[in-house]
Design a protein. Structure first.
Length: 491
């Protein structure tokens, strides 16, 4: 249920079991999962065998962390599920192997569904994001000041009832939503609403209750009827109300560097709107596809959900509604969220402009889900190195290399610059470039990691590795191939 911001075992015998499962049958398993989930047919053929083998190797290596017995992953590319696989042991005591059909607890990734549910009620005309919560829950602290939007954006100021990374003894006993609201919802605020961003599971408990009051349905039934059933997400369960069976993964925790031991789960309803859902990695990937393609939400609602909220002073929060919203160092738009409940961690990462997503679910703690996500991301978006062909990308790379070296020497070739960039490159600007770039030394390699189009220009993002370090260079090219922007940032 923790925020798990990401801006990231077992004995040798068990590792051997895991390793021996990695073979070409993985692709077949991934296809079976895609078909069973009724996702676009033929999707599995989109990942090359070398890529799937590399993904397998990444996960197997990461699971050498003895605190994490298993992982289940799903990958979306081109708007389709292209790979789904599970690794390791769902239950150590019975040597129960993890399978892609097993559901894992996703913790705070539940918040995406709660935020989407609220936006559906906005579309229905049942409420507004700018309604004060006094409309529904007038007895809560500062109910006449706090808005629904602030609950979902973590800017309301309610003190978090679950900030710890372990289950406190009082949380092992069942509770009720009313009890949570009557306690934490009536405590003094931690800050003035809208003035700070501070993660709060309490805010989502309040939001969940508002969804129930506005819809006339339980939160579980609303999410099921309006979202998960419509998407065919048949594995989804509410862990507050559903028994976790022995055929499903056991959550594990460790003390310091000790062995993994069964985690004590939270009592009923402690998770609820803040982190109560469980599902397969493939079903979470299905939600990612639907979110990117406006299948459930309107495009307007999706834009609201995925737009960074600002504090009253104008400072950004890197958070939309139920999603972190940020740019990667390479300039790639990323929506993401992590989740953590007793014995389970999840990482859901969406690249909307690339129509891609990575889901990693584990039944252990640590940063394995983050690590696997990061390495798969690097693999899927691996940039092309310097090329010798005559493609537009290669010609652009050649110009960037040449201009960088020329700026180090203080003599840029102005014939490859647009009129605007020529005017920008005054003597002082060139002198500043030279003074700061020359000490970096010889260029060792250049890679282009992203390209796009905007305003009639071609955007290209480069990473330049020099003897003295790495810099990032976002550029724009005119239709006739001249440079219209050349900015250098440190790595």
């Amino acid at each position: 249920m923790k925020k798990n911001t990401s801006a990231i075992g077992e004995s040798a015998a068990l590792l051997q079991i895991r390793t021996t499962r990695i073979n070409k049958s993985n692709t077949i398993i991934g296809c079976v999962v895609a078909l069973a989930a009724a996702l676009p047919l033929g999707a599995c053929a989109q990942l090359a065998p070398d890529t799937t083998r590399a993904i397998d190797a990444i996960v197997v290596k990461a699971l050498e962390d003895k605190s994490v017995p298993s992982a289940s992953i799903a990958i979306v590319k081109g708007g389709k599920l292209v790979y789904a696989q599970a690794y390791g042991m769902a239950r150590i005591d019975r040597a129960l192997k993890a399978t892609p059909q097993m559901r894992y607890k996703i913790g705070s990734n539940t918040k995406q569904f709660v935020a989407a549910a609220m936006l559906l009620l906005v579309e229905d005309g049942k409420l507004s994001l700018d309604d004060h919560i006094a409309r529904f829950l007038p007895d809560l602290t500062r109910a006449n000041t706090i808005t629904v939007r602030q609950l979902l954006a973590h800017t309301a100021g309610y003190m978090d009832y679950y900030p710890l990374d372990y289950v406190a003894p009082f949380m092992e006993k069942a509770t009720t939503v009313d009890a949570i609201l009557a306690d934490w919802g009536k405590r003094p605020l931690g800050f003035e609403p809208g003035s700070r961003w501070e993660y709060s599971n309490t805010g989502y408990a309040v939001a969940g209750r508002i969804i129930e009051m506005a819809s006339g349905m339980s939160l579980d039934n609303f999410i099921r009827s309006r979202i998960t059933d419509k998407l065919g997400m048949r594995s989804v369960v509410d862990t507050s109300a559903t028994h976790w069976s022995d055929s499903e993964p056991q959550g594990y925790e460790v003390a310091a560097f000790g062995p993994p031991r069964p985690a004590r789960p939270e009592g009923a309803y402690w998770l609820w709107a803040a982190g109560n859902l469980a599902m397969t990695a493939s079903d979470l990937a299905r939600w990612d596809i639907a979110l990117m393609h406006d299948t459930i939400l309107s495009s307007t609602s999706r834009k609201v959900m995925a737009t960074e909220n600002l504090l009253t002073g104008g400072t950004g929060t890197n958070y939309g509604l139920g999603l972190f919203v940020r740019m990667t160092p390479e300039g790639r738009l990323r929506w993401d969220h992590g989740g953590e409940v007793a014995g389970f961690r999840s990482q859901n990462t969406i690249f909307p402009n690339d129509d891609a997503a990575i889901v990693v679910l584990t039944n252990g703690g640590g940063n394995t889900s983050d690590k696997v996500t990061g390495e798969i991301e690097a693999l899927l978006f691996a940039p092309a190195a310097d090329s010798v062909d005559n493609s537009a990308a290669a010609l652009a790379l050649h110009k960037i290399r040449a201009l960088f070296v020329q700026l180090q020497a203080g003599h840029p070739d102005r014939s490859i610059l647009s009129d605007g960039l020529n005017a920008h490159f005054s003597e002082q600007v060139v002198a500043d470039f030279t003074a700061s770039l020359k000490p970096l030394g010889e260029v060792q390699s250049i890679v282009e990691s992203r390209s796009d189009r905007r305003g009639g220009l071609v955007y290209r993002f480069f990473r330049i590795n020099t003897a003295g370090g790495t810099v990032r260079v976002p550029t724009y090219f005119t239709p006739d191939g001249k440079l219209d922007q050349f900015i250098v940032y440190p790595r």
